[in-house]
Design a protein around this ligand. Structure first.
Ligand code: SAM
Ligand code: SF4
Length: 399
């Protein structure tokens, strides 16, 4: 990592204020690798986790990063994976203690931990709460045992329900992850999953279209999946059912009751800053005249060795001025509420004129609407823009 002077030197961007800062912590192990998953996750039996060594590496990584976020408060933490719930509650307690000792957490800091129902034990989940986790994100995927098996999950329907009930009882708020358009899934089966999910009263739901990612088992041996038309019909049904249950679709894949939006993910979508520590973690940090992206070493062993040697960052680059509009839109246009031109300028350091032509084109194509809001000129994706999001975003690619 370079010294602070390097990040503070003059440049062509002018950021008047720095955005809110979040912290992402990646814990890269799972009980079994799911065949659709391209996250940086590695199979490991619970007893074999090098928990203390990894936590030592995370502290070393955090300490090396402190000069880049000096004096800034942290408004959310997301402990993701992998399967962070494989770590012991004592390990998570140590991790949060190590973080608190080095970073100033805002008073209402949201602290999310991802949990797999296959790691569910009542006392364990309660102990995560006692360690300071405020929000549990439960990776359910489906409540149908045949579909759970088809996507290689280690848990069944009963464990998924038990995990969500405990999340409801023990945490301030929780999220339930589902996937749809699963191998052989019918519209009626998808609806049964949504009905069961809603019956558990989650304050937040994330519902993802199962995608075949390159370099996964499913990419090599693709299962028979519902057609695009069937998947569209499923998404319509999801939007209808969640809406009727009082959950607003505030982002392409995220639905929440009032007051339960995920602050951490919202910060990503609003092009806020995040320090990412842990194997393969990505980070984005702003300075007065530049926006910098970082990636940590991906392989857990390599990451641990390098972090402890004082060099966790494998790659670092400044986002080119010409790429900032598209990078901003990849995030902000995912939000139902869109963004104001003032937000755009504040986060990118660019004048609104940098996206003038692309915005006019998007408006002419019926993909965005513009109006005057409390923060000035406001831009919002239309229904059509939301349905054809990548076409809309691509209008902002460098010319
Ligand atoms: C890192 S995982 C969450 C926690 C935990 N590892 C688990 O799976 O239970 C984040 C979420 O991304 C979603 N996901 C992962 N791979 C996906 C894929 N290929 N297509 C769609 N959604 C995917 C799943 O819903 C998953 O819960
Ligand atoms: S449990 Fe989650 S992170 Fe782990 S392999 Fe499965 S989807 Fe990926």
């Amino acid at each position: 990592m370079k010294d602070l002077q390097h990040y503070m030197r003059p440049g062509t961007l002018q950021l008047g204020a720095l955005p809110p800062l979040s912290l992402y912590v990646h814990l890269p192990w799972c009980l079994r690798k799911c065949p659709y998953c391209d996250f940086n996750s590695h199979e490991m039996k619970p007893g074999e986790l090098p928990e203390q060594q990894y936590l030592d590496a995370l502290v070393a990584d955090l300490e090396q990063s402190l000069p880049l976020v000096w004096g800034r408060g942290v408004h959310s933490i997301f402990i993701g994976g992998g399967t962070p719930s494989l770590f012991s509650p004592a390990g998570i307690d140590r991790l949060l203690g190590d973080i608190r000792a080095r970073l100033k957490l805002e008073a209402d800091c949201e602290i999310t931990l991802e949990a797999n129902p296959g790691t569910f034990e009542k006392d364990r989940f309660r102990a995560f709460r006692a360690a300071g986790v405020t929000r549990l994100s439960v990776g359910v995927q489906s409540f149908n045992d045949a579909h759970l098996k088809a996507v290689g999950r280690v848990h069944d329907r009963a464990q998924a329900i038990a995990a969500c009930e405990e999340a409801q009882a023990a945490f301030d708020t929780f999220n339930l992850d589902l996937m749809y358009a699963l191998p052989g899934q019918t519209l009626a089966q998808l609806e049964a999953d949504v009905t069961q999910a809603l019956a558990l009263m989650p304050p937040h739901l994330s519902i993802y279209h199962l995608t075949l990612e390159p370099n996964t088992y499913f990419a090599k041996f693709p299962p028979a999946l519902p057609s695009d038309d069937e998947a569209f019909a499923m998404l319509d049904r999801i939007t209808e059912r969640t809406g009727a249950a009082g959950m607003a679709r505030y982002e392409v894949s995220a639905y929440a009751r009032r007051g339960h939006r995920c602050r951490h993910n919202q910060n990503y979508w609003q092009f806020g800053d995040y320090l990412g520590i842990g194997a393969g973690a990505h980070g984005k940090l702003s300075f007065a005249h530049r926006v910098v992206r970082q990636v940590r070493f991906r392989d857990p062993k390599l990451y641990m060795d390098n972090a402890r040697a004082g060099n966790a960052v494998a790659q670092e680059e400044e986002v080119a001025r010409a790429d900032l509009p598209f990078e901003y839109m990849l995030n902000a246009l995912r939000l139902r509420e869109g963004f104001s031109l003032r937000d755009f300028s504040e986060r990118t350091g660019l004048p609104p004129s940098a996206i003038g032509r692309a915005l006019e084109e998007a408006q002419a194509k019926g993909l965005v609407e513009r109006r005057m809001g409390p923060a000035g000129d406001h831009v919002q994706p239309t229904e059509r823009g939301f349905d054809f999001l990548s076409d809309l975003q691509s209008l902002f690619l460098p010319g």
